[in-house]
Design a protein around this ligand. Structure first.
Ligand SMILES: *[C@@H]1O[C@H](CO)[C@@H](O)[C@H](O)[C@H]1NC(C)=O
Length: 269
């Protein structure tokens, strides 16, 4: 006969799957905290003087995530939420229904836009969030949520819209928060106003280069960080990259170029 404790654990397990955690139980980063982002498999120094590491959900070994945690770091796990990529463990599932696959991404010939309105795609992305839970990530960096403004709105009929992206992110964030993970926006400046209330941060690339850093400030105003990347080969003036217009309180890193996001970190000076 099960003990009271065992019964309690069973009921907790059942409840846990159906009831969202209270609002304070996922990672919410502070404005201006330093970070590192490495999307290649060689993460390099795991104990840089930063609070947050953003690393690849699939290629980063568990031992690396565990070491980051023992070094006191918070770990954001990057995955592509809005595109098909080859060589991911679940790539074949994304290919199962050709109606879910749109145009090839300009500049990224291996990737195709996904129909983020599709229940099947949403459930695959929820499974990726489950993987992030099992790997003990603290938060999520879901990329490619701006298909509405790229490659002919993803190449779908009707095209992907801003409201499709907002709805997709609402679904993913509700799920992420229910399993204890923070979640951010990636670029997608057009939907900052519609998402800064419920997402926990934004990861931006190249706002200094494109003169659009003010677009991301609603996150700062909501007490949430802007994790900001400039690429030195495209925006070579470090002073501007680190202290350009409207970047006050941003968490800035400079990377050599956007093709791979290696461990190399050019410091703001
Ligand atoms: C870099 O930008 C700063 C601020 O805009 C400017 O004062 C400086 O001259 C620039 N440096 C170079 C090498 O262009």
């Amino acid at each position: 006969m099960p003990s009271v404790l065992q019964l309690a654990l069973v009921s907790f397990g059942l409840l846990h799957t159906t009831i969202a955690r209270p609002a304070s139980s996922w990672y919410q980063a502070s404005v201006g905290i330093p970070w590192q982002v490495v999307l290649e498999s060689d993460i390099g120094d795991l104990n840089l003087p930063v609070d947050v590491y953003d690393i690849d959900l699939f290629t980063t070994p568990q031992s690396t995530i565990d070491q980051l945690h023992s070094n006191g770091k918070q770990v954001l796990c990057y995955f592509s939420a809005g595109t098909y990529e080859p060589n991911r463990p679940d790539s074949a599932e994304l290919l199962a229904d050709s109606a879910d696959l749109g145009n090839t991404l300009s500049g990224w010939p291996d990737e195709r836009w996904l129909n983020i309105r599709s229940d099947k795609i949403v459930s695959i992305m929820k499974a990726r969030i489950d993987t992030a839970v099992s790997k003990k990530c603290d938060g999520l960096d879901p990329d490619n949520v701006d298909g509405y403004s790229n490659d002919n709105a993803g190449g779908f009929t009707p095209g992907l819209s801003q409201s499709d992206s907002v709805a997709f992110l609402q679904t993913l964030s509700t799920y992420a928060h229910s399993v204890g993970l923070g979640i951010g926006l990636k670029n997608a400046g057009d939907i900052v106003q519609d998402t800064s209330s419920f997402l926990d941060w934004v990861v931006n690339e190249q706002c200094v280069q494109y003169g659009e850093c003010a677009t991301f400030r609603p996150f700062i105003n909501a007490g949430k960080p802007v994790f900001h990347i400039e690429y030195k080969n495209q925006s070579p003036n470090i002073t501007d990259d680190c202290h350009g217009a409207n970047t006050a309180s941003f968490s800035t890193v400079i990377k050599p170029d956007e093709s791979s996001i290696p461990k190399d970190l050019i410091p703001c000076t």
